[in-house]
Design a protein around this ligand. Structure first.
Ligand code: SD4
Length: 332
């Protein structure tokens, strides 16, 4: 633990607090459901600072009569189209071979789900995921099959490797050292959850995955139950961070199940993070462990928690849309 602390200290990971959520459970046994707060819908919650723009778009959709499903799709599309976000859509970091491959998933309140993984050349994987959900009997399409399907559905093909990212990648190939960096530099996936005025939940999650990943690597974001899970009767959860950890613990599904069993959204995120830590923190790679979870219950209770400091989320509720620092597990 001392080594890990030193590592964090070296990285200077003190987060610039804009607003912070209280640490209700530090050093205490979790008391089931004690800290629930039921906000009134509509509620939009999403990962990282780009969540502010995504939330604003989702709120606009809700305010103009759209559904939770339409809101999550439109919200994350804003980030997919932003070349300056290097972990989602166009402008995303390529894999080690210089190819940008995208993962995305979407779920509605009825348990319908769609996903794409290892999709190249399509700027809006979330919309392809929605088409998979609505137009096919399947849940996930991968690689060339997903691309062919997207083209058949009328999506345009486009090079997603921007000149800036190509330059950075070429520089990286001089050493080809795979060195994921915690927090901002390498974790910008957008996961966005909505509870609309009719109490319908929906969620979307979209990413270009880990920077310079092995070609063919697929992360948690398109895996239903890992990067995203929605149960319209209970709640929704989404994830960002080192996808392998959410995949090995099915974190988003776990969070929804914990809420089903009476835990608050915050407790559920905390338990899911501790599950990862207890199980995997001895791995050599634990210094790269950043995972952040968001949860939103059917009753409007919200949760956010990460392993390391630095995870931020955007929350739009009661007519306001603000950025918060999530509480975290490793307190230095
Ligand atoms: C992945 N979870 O592919 C994604 C990466 C991520 O912000 O969250 N980036 O593992």
């Amino acid at each position: 633990m001392a080594t890990r602390r030193n590592f964090l200290h070296k990285l200077g990971l003190a987060s610039a607090a804009l607003l912070s959520t209280p640490n209700l459970f530090a050093n205490k046994a979790i008391q089931k459901g004690k800290n629930k707060i039921n906000h009134s819908p509509p509620i939009v919650i999403s990962t990282w600072s780009h969540g502010i723009e995504a939330n604003a778009e989702a709120v606009r959709v809700l305010n103009t009569g759209g559904s939770a499903l339409g809101a999550v799709e439109s919200g994350v599309r804003v980030v997919e189209a932003d070349e300056n976000n290097h972990s989602v859509g166009i402008g995303g970091y390529p894999d080690a071979s210089g190819r940008v491959s995208l993962d995305a998933s979407i779920m509605d309140h009825q348990g319908n789900a769609g996903a794409v993984c290892y999709l190249e050349d399509i700027i809006h994987p979330i919309s392809v995921a929605r088409k998979v959900m609505e137009e096919t009997p399947h849940v996930m399409l991968a690689g060339n099959g997903a691309l062919d399907f997207a083209l058949q559905q009328g999506f345009n093909r486009q090079n997603l490797l921007t000149p800036k990212m190509e330059k950075e990648w070429k520089k990286w190939t001089e050493t080809s050292e795979y060195k994921p960096v915690v927090n901002f530099e390498n974790h910008d996936t957008i996961g966005l959850l909505v509870l609309d005025n009719e109490n319908r939940l929906a969620g979307a999650c979209t990413t270009s995955g880990m920077m310079y990943k092995l070609p063919g690597r697929v992360g948690d974001s398109p895996i239903i139950g890992a990067g995203l899970f929605v149960d319209g009767e209970v709640g929704a959860a989404t994830a960002t961070g080192m996808g392998e950890l959410m995949m090995k613990t099915l974190g988003s599904f776990l969070i929804v199940e914990l809420m089903r069993n009476g835990h608050s959204a915050q407790e559920s995120c905390e338990i899911a993070i501790k599950r990862i830590w207890n199980r995997y923190s001895d791995d050599q790679n634990s210094k790269f462990f950043q995972v952040g979870y968001l949860a939103l219950s059917k009753d409007g209770d919200i949760g956010a928690y990460s392993i390391l400091p630095g995870f931020q989320y955007a929350l739009a509720v009661n007519g306001e849309n603000k950025l918060f620092d999530a509480d975290f597990f490793i307190k230095g």
